[in-house]
Design a protein. Structure first.
Length: 553
């Protein structure tokens, strides 16, 4: 086929050049044929688009005679008539080419690419092929959710930011349902990270960079753990990955869809999904129970609520022996009746126990140190105590005030570092839920397992000792302190009992009768120790430590 360009044609002794595009090849063939009947040499000197040399004989041109042209074109032309036919064909070809050029090059404002054209409404209609190409790259449904999940994984695994903080940093325009779905996907990846990477291992020669790795992890979680349809899981993961890795992600996830479940079922998931340093520490502290603890982290935690006095539990809630309400994982707390009215607040069943063990009395002056987000503060205030809530971080103070306002509770809120703050007068009792590594909350906050390191435990324990010493100075003689942490590490719990005497505090053991709903959580030594594997038939609970001390008179 002839290509576009200037084509010299010897037509009846008149050498002319036409600018013809590829689409006019049939006209060129016809002109070539006609020129052969008129010229002296019998061929047209134009390069051929199919690689043939210039100067092909006239017989070659005859093979391309287009259907529908006058039969006269294929016959010798009488002398004197060549110019007539040449002019007619030349004018026709020129008009055809000009019209096509206008349709291709015209824009809404006239001239484009140097060729004048009509207005936009005169442009040629889009062909089916053009329409197909436009829609071929339409993003798959659900891609914004997966992008948000990838951003959460990047924040937690690469930047080591808390998952909840990263969730707050997602774009405000993201639909709440997409936000919740992204959180669910990211939490599953974090919860089962060891198993997911082990499933991927047979299908990867080397580890891809983080953006592609996170796309693969999301794809595996959706294929094997979240029951996403395979075509949707693969399509969104491919769209999520960097373009250079799209083929890799597609190939690997198709393999996972076919073979991954068998690989997953053969893994020791509790062991793989628990970082080595945590497994070793828990094995040293709890022996064989380490496996039950790790197994409790494999699934999402239920929603626990602490009720305000006189509140009625919502439909479907289980009332636990300790008084908390429990609802299935994934329940939207803001949709529950009574939320806006302050009928309850979110608080794990184990997190509610330290305030119960402090036994607040109406009218007592009680300090809640490191108080945000305010669940324990609310418990103390709801019991009738005069509560001073101390919190250092301004953002957490704002959240504390917001929660207390919804619950309609009167509390004095102080923004200060509890380790350096001096109250105007000592307190009757103090609740100190000290900052810690939070390893007891992994089932609710799976990012903790990957954000913390063994060295963080000692640093947290030292900060807790300073806070406990400050709390002892704020207490009246004979006053009591309940010290608590949401850590499973003994250095952040039991080890403080031995150091309390040096602070002028004496340990006052709990009795099983102090916690009738959960007597098994009171150890023989008289302190509280909950673990995620307690109440397995009810869905477990967070890991907590609490001990009670009294200041010497």
């Amino acid at each position: 086929m002839h290509r576009g360009g200037l084509r010299p044609v010897d037509a009846g002794g008149l050498l002319v050049a036409l600018h013809l595009p590829e689409a006019d090849a049939d006209i060129v063939a016809a002109l070539d044929h006609l020129a052969g009947g008129l010229g002296e040499t019998g061929f047209v000197t134009v390069p051929s688009g199919d690689g043939e040399e210039a100067g092909q004989p006239q017989e070659k041109a005859q093979q391309h005679q287009p259907h529908g042209w006058p039969s006269r074109l294929g016959q010798p032309v009488e002398e004197g008539s060549g110019a007539h036919w040449w002019r007619r064909l030349a004018r026709s070809a020129s008009r055809c080419h000009e019209a096509r050029a206008r349709r291709r090059c015209a824009g809404p404002h006239g001239i484009r690419h140097g060729i004048p054209g009509p207005q936009a409404d005169l442009r040629a209609p889009r062909t089916p092929r053009e329409t197909l190409n436009t829609t071929a790259h339409k993003p798959p449904p659900g891609l914004p959710t997966r992008k948000a999940a990838r951003d959460l994984l990047d924040a937690t695994l690469e930047q080591r930011r808390p998952l909840e903080e990263a969730l707050e940093g997602l774009p405000k325009r993201l639909d709440p349902r997409d936000r919740a779905a992204a959180h669910r996907i990211a939490a599953m990846v974090l919860r089962r990270l060891g198993s997911i990477d082990e499933v991927l291992s047979p299908f990867l020669r080397k580890e891809p960079p983080p953006p592609a790795r996170h796309a693969l992890r999301i794809g595996v979680a959706e294929l094997l753990m979240l029951d996403t349809p395979p075509h949707a899981a693969v399509a969104t993961a491919v769209a999520l990955a960097p373009k250079a890795f799209g083929g890799l992600v597609n190939a690997v996830l198709r393999k996972v869809a076919a073979e991954g479940l068998a690989v997953l079922e053969g893994l020791d998931a509790p062991r793989l999904d628990t970082p080595q340093w945590l497994w070793s520490a828990w094995h040293a502290a709890y022996g064989p129970a380490v496996r039950a603890i790790a197994e409790a982290h494999c699934g999402p935690a239920p929603l626990d609520l602490t009720p305000a006095p006189g509140a009625t539990p919502p439909e479907g809630a289980e009332v636990l022996p300790t008084g908390s309400w429990r609802l299935p994982a994934g329940t939207r707390v803001t949709d529950l009746p009574g939320f806006a009215e302050g009928g309850f607040w979110v608080q794990d069943a184990a997190a509610a126990l330290p305030a119960i063990l402090l036994k607040p009395q109406p009218g007592e002056r009680i300090a809640d140190l490191c108080a945000a987000p305010g669940g324990k503060t609310a418990q103390l205030a709801a019991a009738g105590a005069q509560v001073t809530a101390v919190e250092r971080d301004a953002h957490r103070v704002a959240r504390l005030r917001e929660n207390l306002a919804r619950l309609h509770l009167e509390v004095e809120v102080v923004q200060a570092d509890a380790a350096a703050w001096t109250p105007p007068e000592p307190f009757d009792a103090i609740l100190l839920d000290a900052p810690c590594t939070a390893t007891g909350t992994i089932r609710r906050h799976p990012d903790v397992a990957h954000a913390k390191r063994a060295r963080d435990v000692q640093a947290a324990a030292e900060a807790q000792s300073r806070l406990l010493a400050a709390a002892a100075r704020m207490l009246k003689p004979g006053g009591r302190i309940v010290f608590a942490t949401c850590s499973l590490q003994p250095e952040e719990g039991e080890a403080h009992i031995a150091r309390a005497a040096s602070l002028g505090l004496e340990h006052q053991p709990f009795a099983a009768a102090d916690l009738p709903g959960l007597p098994e959580a009171i150890t023989p030594g008289g302190w509280l120790r909950t673990r995620p594997d307690l109440w397995p038939e009810r869905g477990g609970m967070d890991g907590f430590f609490a001990a009670r001390f009294r200041r010497a008179a």
